[in-house]
Design a protein around this ligand. Sequence first.
Ligand SMILES: [Zn+2]
Length: 510
Amino acid sequence: MNERTAIYVRISSDRDDRMVGVERQEQDCRELAADLGWTVTHVYVDNDTSAWRKTTVELPDGSKVRRNVRPVFEQMLTALRRGEHDGLIAYDLDRVAREPRDLENLIEIAEQFGRAIKSSTGNMQLDTDHGIYSARGEVAHANKSSRDTSRRVKRAAKQRAQEGKYHGAGAAFGYELVKDEDGKVLTLREHPEHAAMLRDAYAHLLSGGSLNSIVKRWNEEGRKTNRGNAWRSSPLKRALMTPTIIAMREYDGQLYPADWPALVSKDDWDKLRTLLSDPARTGKGFGEGPGKGKYVLSGLVRCGGCGRSMVASVYSGGRGTRGWVCAMSRTKGCTNSSRIAREPLETWVVEGALARLDTPALEPDEQVSDEHVALRATIDKDHHALRRLEDDYYDGLFDGDKTGYVRQRERITSRIASNEAQLLDAARSSVLAGIESVEQLRANWEDETVARRNAILGAVIDRIVIGPYPEGMPYTLHHRKSETAEEFADRKRAHQLAVLEARVTILWRA
Ligand SMILES: [Zn+2]
């Protein structure tokens, strides 16, 4: 329908951002655009690290007021008015409209210019009266909450958080509100059906399932979010990752024990958080994007010539072989630029992986739990420090020059990356822990979902490197008159195996 859709995402220091980085925001927006059949032509990225910075601006009548200034946002509004875009998808209402004035500008554009404006989280639908009404309510509420964070209110909120008291928004998914006689909310209690759904989702994801398959199943079963919407991967992820469900309250990047029951263990929560934030997961079974991780071995197969992931493709070898292909040509710097047939490789790798899983030395270590918790705490602390640093820098409070800031930032970022990599390794072992017996796994292998098969393979295999076709080995064998059909088939299998052994190196995880 819309041919020139714009996407709007924003970087900010909000606590949610650590879970929803700009790339993820963009991906969610693109998914919605794809669902709607809209074509995305531009992505606006607002780097608004301290969201409430005000600048003095002059109004047309010459008077001066203090306002939040967001150049990228303004630029986008202008482009929408001019018709450079016919639609807008923002990640979330609170990303795009921090104050009522922002929202009113968007409503005006939707109404007067007929532009379609939506958010990927579903809380902004400016094409209906009801949508406009609820967006106004939400922004007014958010704006008030933001302004209320004066020092005094902040301190009170912190105190409530430290005491683990309920903080008055709606119940997180999995819970219902406990109220006193006057209707005042006291705390949360488990919502039996929703809590069971969340636990079920945890079990599914920790054994290598995908967010998408849960979304699909819940929607098929007619289940709804607390807002009464159909499930999508981003609200599901938020429901799974909120600290509420481990009986914690987050305040200013810190977690405080709360006075309601936990739905899942802290350990599982940590593991899932790591799995869901693994950038490589799309190809390794934790994926959620359409077309990603579609085949067994997706994301694991690398070209030996250039080191890049090989892509699934059908190449014309006369019969249209389905295979893995290096997307880099020789002229662009790949020494091999080769391809390999998918099925024989898959069979061979899976056999190797199952054999390896049969080795008792690979049984997951149950001792690592404490280590996870410590690692996760360090990562949380670093994220907190990072946001502090960014805020200070943008607010002019950083004690040093830009080089010093960049160096500090890199130091913390790389520490986070290395700790997350360690955690990810630990989380992968939980996939293996979910395997009851390798014998059974082998028997049911073909019935497992591709996502689960990839999760298991990804837990034991780091990557599969494909070398060039061995010199001197024939590409095809011809039937000899002297041999039977069976002998010919045997000879072909042996040849295939010899080629695989010569070409393919599997790098196992330790
Ligand atoms: Zn290559």
